[in-house]
Design a protein around this ligand. Structure first.
Ligand SMILES: [Fe+2]
Ligand SMILES: [Fe+2]
Length: 187
């Protein structure tokens, strides 16, 4: 047994973190709510980008994997659209809670579908070494969106640093994953 978690264990832990951040958003107010939302969207952007580069391509090579991954990518595209529509949005805007509820349902349904249909393919179809190498790539990506303990007080400095367009973060995630997998970084 390896002492470090394999890629499925790591992604399951990330799904738990995503569920927790959505739950925290429901009780947080104002600055603290903004800080949680900024953390959530960064974490989601990195998580989904890592899955698109690390787990989905491997799942495609396994029996039945193509259909499973096609469905997951459709769901991820939907989540990304919803997330992009909320990029730069303030939690105080009148439409925020409605859009957040739509995003939450899309993201959590998608995570549940991965856990039900895709992760078992990986666990059953790949060896421990492959699962560990993939975990290293997901960890390299996750380092770009560190998670924090509950932000009880919203610091405007922290909030400002965490806010903003996600495209640059997605690019850096792609480079980190490719480097960890031994491929060339994008230009
Ligand atoms: Fe995903
Ligand atoms: Fe996921």
């Amino acid at each position: 047994m390896s002492s470090s978690p394999d890629v499925v264990e790591l992604l399951l832990a990330q799904h738990e973190r995503i569920r927790q951040l959505f739950a925290d958003l429901e009780s947080a107010q104002s600055d603290a709510k903004q800080a949680v939302f900024d953390e959530l969207r960064r974490f989601l952007a990195v998580h989904e980008t890592a899955e698109e580069l690390v787990t989905h391509p491997r799942a495609r090579t396994l029996p039945g994997g193509n259909d499973v991954v096609d469905a997951r990518l459709e769901e991820e595209t939907e989540s990304k659209k919803l997330l992009a529509a909320m990029d730069g949005m303030s939690v105080d805007e009148p439409d925020f809670d409605r859009q957040l509820a739509t995003l939450k349902k899309a993201v959590l349904d998608h995570a549940a579908a991965e856990e039900r249909d895709e992760f078992p393919l990986l666990t059953e179809g790949l060896g421990e070494r492959q699962l560990t190498v993939m975990a290293a790539a997901v960890r390299a990506a996750a380092a770009l969106a560190p998670t924090h303990p509950h932000p009880s007080v919203g610091s405007s400095m922290t909030t400002n640093l965490a806010a903003g367009p996600l495209a640059a973060l997605v690019d850096r995630t792609r480079d980190a994953v490719r480097a960890a997998l031994g491929g060339p970084a994008s230009s």
